[in-house]
Design a protein. Structure first.
Length: 319
């Protein structure tokens, strides 16, 4: 670690300790290149395909200085065509060069993985990294879609509180030609209290490169869980886990461009920001929320679009 990294780590550790005690999580596993998938077994092997040459041309950074990144919880992506149509119908999305997707699934009974189908419809390359097996002969995990080469892809098994399904983080480098964009894609557990959520997040981001984009569905809510099972919902902003996570990431030197972008979910009449993007060493220009795409009164899909000048300019979009 560099001296700056040590200072950030010390501040972050203080935040974790100060957030609460009694955290009982398993240890995170180290980052593992997806090329070494034998450690996870054949059922959880990653799959990938390169982008079309035309996608690189049409979505390339203008003068090498502009690229747009989207983070999207597709909630199983049962209809890849609808996901692609939603993206193509939104001007802010259709020209994006990189998509970070959460809650993707793949099934042996389907001719294509759902990530592959969405990527094909958009003309993008992709990497799909499963986190676990699901009923029906399928897998559930994270994906990156990109008009640019996706390199050095790694997976981390996050700490497990025994309150839900296994969760992973996914990191990769997007080769933009003149420079590389390091991204970390996350989908955190649901039934976590504030201190547990920080402990769940911490291994994936603590030693991230100085220039990094972190994004995904962090499930930061206004709920505290009694015995990990019974939710107690508060209407007070003091109970908002997103604010604590924002503070934690700032202690690590990250900016929080989507902190004021508004809610991404409404539950029992309480609006919550479950999703966020964090940037470090990147030139962030803006953040906001826009509603697009297939909608369901119960389920949700979150779209986040980020643009960059030289590195990154950030815009948050949601269904």
């Amino acid at each position: 670690m560099t001296p700056a990294s040590l200072v950030r780590a010390a501040a972050a550790c203080a935040l974790v300790v100060g957030a609460g005690c009694g955290i009982e999580l398993t240890s995170a596993q180290p980052w593992v290149p997806v090329a070494e998938d034998d450690a996870f077994g054949p059922a959880l092997r990653a799959e990938s395909a390169p982008p079309r040459a035309s996608a690189v041309r049409t979505r390339a950074p203008a003068g090498g200085s502009l690229v747009r990144v989207v983070t999207y919880n597709v909630q199983y992506s049962p209809d890849p065509q609808a996901i692609a149509d939603a993206i193509m119908s939104a001007p802010a999305l259709r020209g994006a060069g990189v998509f970070l997707l959460q809650e993707q699934e793949a099934y042996r009974a389907e001719a294509w993985s759902r990530t592959a189908r969405v990527a094909e419809l958009l003309g993008l390359g992709y990497v799909y990294v499963p986190a676990r097996e699901v009923k029906g002969g399928g897998t559930h995990g994270l994906s990156i879609l990109s008009a640019f080469p996706i390199e050095n892809v790694e997976r981390m098994m996050l700490p497990d509180a025994g309150k839900g399904h296994p969760r992973i983080a996914m990191q990769a480098e997007i080769n933009l030609g003149d420079h590389r964009l390091h991204v970390i894609n996350l989908h955190l557990d649901t039934k976590l209290n504030t201190a547990e959520r920080l402990a769940h997040l911490r291994p994936a981001v603590l030693e991230a490169p100085d220039t990094t984009l972190v994004a995904g569905d962090l499930n930061t809510c206004w709920v505290e869980w009694v015995a990990g099972k019974v939710p107690v919902l508060s209407s007070s902003s003091a109970s908002d886990q997103a604010l604590v996570v924002d503070s934690y990431m700032r202690a690590l030197g990250f900016e929080t461009p989507t902190a004021d972008s508004g809610p991404t979910e409404s539950m029992f009449g309480v609006e919550q920001r479950l999703d966020s993007m964090f940037s470090r060493g990147l030139a962030v220009q803006f953040g906001g929320v826009e509603r697009v795409g297939p909608s369901d009164p119960v389920s949700y899909t979150h779209l986040r679009a980020h643009e960059t000048d030289s590195y990154l300019v950030c815009r948050l979009l949601l269904e």
